[in-house]
Design a protein around this ligand. Structure first.
Ligand SMILES: Cc1cc2nc3c(=O)[nH]c(=O)nc-3n(C[C@H](O)[C@H](O)[C@H](O)COP(=O)(O)OP(=O)(O)OC[C@H]3O[C@@H](n4cnc5c(N)ncnc54)[C@H](O)[C@@H]3O)c2cc1C
Length: 437
């Protein structure tokens, strides 16, 4: 029997490759380029819509551990991500075009996957289905999902950061450095003194925003991806203690720390494009131009992509899903990716992997894998499937969802040691599970 997957994004492509690897036939439906989402710009599978970073690769970081878990469990996209890695300190940042072209190639060249460029407007009945249509699920499918789950689907708002051309940056002002000189000096840094920062802050807080539609007026933003103007509205120093934090960024030419710094991260393998870290925004494009050009070093920056904001849809997973990612109502219907209420690229790929693995198990009449809460992926799946919060909100990988570990009293504040122990415990647990599945 063929498995239907809706959406060839991060989660859907990963799920398809997992199934194909086990010789299971897949029909992978992708609506692009016939219909666009408003955020994707290509027809490639597994496109990164905003930042090109999957977050930390360090195993003692929550997101880093999730990556290590995926590698252990045989994740396919994580391998491609390392193949297309670009320098970004400890973070796993990628050449987004190279990455998605490679994933498209893997999908198209697989004899077990049929990639169909078509919007699916309803959940197919009587066949195994994985819904991986993402935060920008088309309206008709979203309505079909709503009818099935019998709950309102939820939403919040996400914004994209602008990208500029490196050759248009003024390196008499901007300088290369990584925070605390860790790894290669891979970030471009635009320094500001107090006066320049205050001028920038004034432009930002008075800049024109794109008018929200009536139904968007009560928009909720995702806390870890707030638009820069929303962050700024919390106080004059919020940005200086957040994305524009100057600590550990020394310009070797002046040997001093600045009042604030705008960091730019490499966005493509050719090292010609850089995105403004933490500058996701919903300002009008003219206002974005004025703001970016007010940043020292970016006076003449050529902006190749402006920031935009999007509605981000997810289901009320605690009422709908098992920790195995299939629905309680229908065992051969799985959800994967951001639509489940996990948040982020890495989390979307990871749930795509688990949905693919479990769909294969189901078709082979084997027990599905429920990963324990000692693992980051298990903890995330438990969270989304059983959170008791009245207002369920999306969740990134983080240590708080993992089952706790007891440290001797004198070590309780040793965060590094704790994270190392949590990471080791997860890897050992997974190794044990791998022997039994
Ligand atoms: C604007 C925006 C910015 C974001 N920025 C970041 C970021 O910087 N960092 C981060 O970690 N995460 C970010 N995210 C969150 C999230 O990690 C990404 O959206 C990620 O791509 C989600 O993966 P996915 O596979 O669930 O969905 P997607 O990668 O979006 O894939 C879903 C696919 O389904 C297709 N599709 C939708 N409906 C249908 C249909 N009816 N029929 C057929 N195909 C359909 C879409 O075209 C798309 O290709 C952002 C999200 C948004 C919306």
């Amino acid at each position: 029997m063929k498995v239907i997957i809706i959406g060839a994004g991060l989660a859907g492509s990963e799920a398809a490759l997992q199934l194909a690897k086990q010789n299971i036939k897949v029909k992978l439906y992708e609506m692009r380029p016939v219909k666009t989402t408003g955020a994707h710009v290509s027809e490639n599978c597994a496109e990164f819509v905003c930042s090109n970073s999957l977050g930390s690769a360090d195993i003692t970081n929550a997101s880093g551990l999730l990556k290590h878990e995926m590698e252990l469990l045989g994740g396919e996209l994580i391998k491609v991500a390392y193949e297309y890695r670009v320098p970004a300190g400890n973070a796993l940042a990628i050449d987004r075009v190279g990455f998605s072209k490679k994933v498209t190639e893997l999908v198209e060249n697989s004899e077990n996957i049929e990639l169909i460029r078509e919007e699916l407007t309803e959940i197919p009945k009587d066949m195994p289905v994985i819904i991986a249509s993402g935060p920008l699920t088309s309206d008709s499918l979203a309505n079909s999902v709503k009818d099935f789950t019998k709950t309102e689907h939820l939403h919040f708002f996400d914004a994209i950061a602008p990208i500029v051309e490196k050759d248009s940056i003024n390196f008499d002002v901007a300088f290369w450095a990584s925070r605390y000189d860790k790894g290669e000096a891979s970030y471009i840094n635009c320094p500001m003194d107090k006066e320049q920062y205050e001028n920038f802050y004034k432009i930002l807080t008075t800049a024109e925003r794109i008018e929200l539609k009536e139904f968007e007026k009560n928009a909720k933003f995702f806390e870890s991806c707030l638009p820069v103007e929303v962050l700024a509205s919390r106080g004059v120093d919020t940005l200086r203690f957040g994305p524009m934090k100057p600590v550990g960024l020394i310009d070797k030419r002046t040997n001093k720390e600045n009042w604030a710094v705008v960091q730019l991260r490499q966005d493509d393998a050719a090292k010609s494009l850089f995105n403004l870290v933490g500058f996701q925004t919903n300002l009008k494009w003219g206002a974005q131009k004025e703001l970016i050009h007010s940043i020292p070093g970016l006076e003449n920056a050529n902006i190749v992509r402006y920031g935009v904001m999007h509605r981000n849809t997810f289901i009320n997973s605690p009422q709908v899903l098992n920790a195995t990612l299939n629905t309680r109502q229908r065992e051969n219907l799985f959800f994967a990716g951001q639509i489940t209420g996990v948040e982020g690229y890495t989390e979307s790929i990871a749930t795509g992997m688990l949905a693919g693995l479990n769909m294969a198990k189901l078709l082979k009449n084997e027990s599905l894998i429920t990963l324990p809460q000692e693992t980051m992926l298990g903890a995330l799946c438990k969270y989304i499937s059983s959170s008791e919060l009245k207002h369920f909100q999306p969740m990134n990988s983080n240590w708080a969802v993992v089952s706790p570990i007891e440290l001797p009293k004198k070590e309780r504040k040793n965060k590094k040691l704790k994270n190392e122990l949590l990471a080791n415990r997860s890897i050992e647990t997974l190794k044990g599970i791998l022997c039994s599945i």
